[in-house]
Write a protein that binds this ligand. Structure first.
Ligand code: SAM
Length: 284
């Protein structure tokens, strides 16, 4: 049963792998942890409630996460929160921390925020998490069909990326509902809709480049202390691969050999968990 505070918190986003995240950070319970994807602060809340000595440095590129924290997060004393991207994290950490958590992807709040993240919305195809830079509409206008097809293939795993890119370039949708109608007419299949939106979102927000710069920031002794813990939750096979490769070649030792998937019960209670995978490692 959720209490009222959890209900308020989870309106923004229901965190996945909560139990596992809490257990993994038990070994650094008295330390400072970076929550690199603060969102609605669900994971941070769980950690702070479980470990009274823990402190958190949170970041999120979406200004909504910061305003939600100011409005709805109780007892803020043990948290410092910054509205920055992964690629700016290294500038914030002045002394090595004890752990880092990154729960990648989008929050439920973003999916409902009328920025075009969801094909169920009638919103402008913006798709920017931080409300800066190029929107999906401008990206579609700038790229040629081949470039757009590559994005659909690489970030959406769409084998017929070229066919879809052609349709998008021809009709130039400006709203999520327009893109959805085109896909309904020419492609069909809800799984494909989700993948097209996912591919555009990854490209607009340069998510894989951002992930690489976050990992780069962990590839030294200045960010996380020896024996510190890193936990990554990914929702895309390529993201998982990037994290896996990084742990293999850097001074981090993976805790689980193949990463873990959420328990069946969690997936039944939270659909967002169905594609999640967790990898954890310890700094050596
Ligand atoms: C899945 S949500 C995290 C939810 C959070 N764990 C919770 O319990 O509410 C991912 C969050 O990461 C943020 N994010 C994604 N990429 C980012 C980046 N490169 N830099 C900073 N924040 C990022 C998004 O804006 C979003 O709020």
């Amino acid at each position: 049963m959720m209490n009222v505070r959890q209900e308020k918190q989870y309106e923004y986003h229901i965190p996945v792998f909560c139990k596992e995240v809490k257990e993994l950070f038990r070994m650094v319970a008295n330390g400072v942890i970076v929550d690199a994807t603060f969102g609605g602060g669900g994971h941070s809340r769980e950690l702070l409630d479980s470990y009274p000595q823990m402190r958190i440095i949170g970041i999120d590129r979406d200004p909504d996460a910061i305003s939600n924290f100011r409005k709805n997060f109780s007892d803020k004393e043990r948290i410092e929160l910054y509205n920055v991207r992964f690629s700016e994290l290294c500038n914030i950490i002045k002394t090595p921390v004890d752990g880092i958590l990154a729960d990648l992807g989008v929050s439920s709040h973003q999916l409902k925020s009328m920025r075009g993240f969801s094909y169920n919305e009638d919103a402008y195809l913006d798709l920017r998490m931080d409300k800066e830079g190029e929107t999906a509409v401008s990206l579609i206008a700038r790229l040629n069909t081949g470039q757009l097809a590559n994005i659909l293939k690489e970030y959406g795993d769409l084998s017929h990326g070229f066919y879809i890119a052609n349709i998008i370039k021809k009709y130039k949708p400006r709203y999520a509902s327009e893109l959805r109608s085109l896909l309904e007419k020419y492609v069909r299949g809800r799984r494909i809709f989700a993948r097209v939106f996912q591919a555009l979102r990854i490209a607009v927000n340069r998510e894989f480049t951002e992930l690489s710069s976050l990992l780069e920031c962990l590839d030294n002794d200045k960010t996380v202390k020896k024996s510190g813990v890193a936990v990554f939750i990914t929702y895309h096979s390529k993201e998982d691969k990037i994290v896996k490769e990084f742990f293999k070649k850097s001074s981090w030792q993976e805790i689980y050999k193949k990463g873990i998937k959420p328990e069946r019960e969690e997936v039944l209670n939270n659909r967002a968990a169905r594609s999640a995978r967790l990898r954890a490692a310890q700094k050596i």
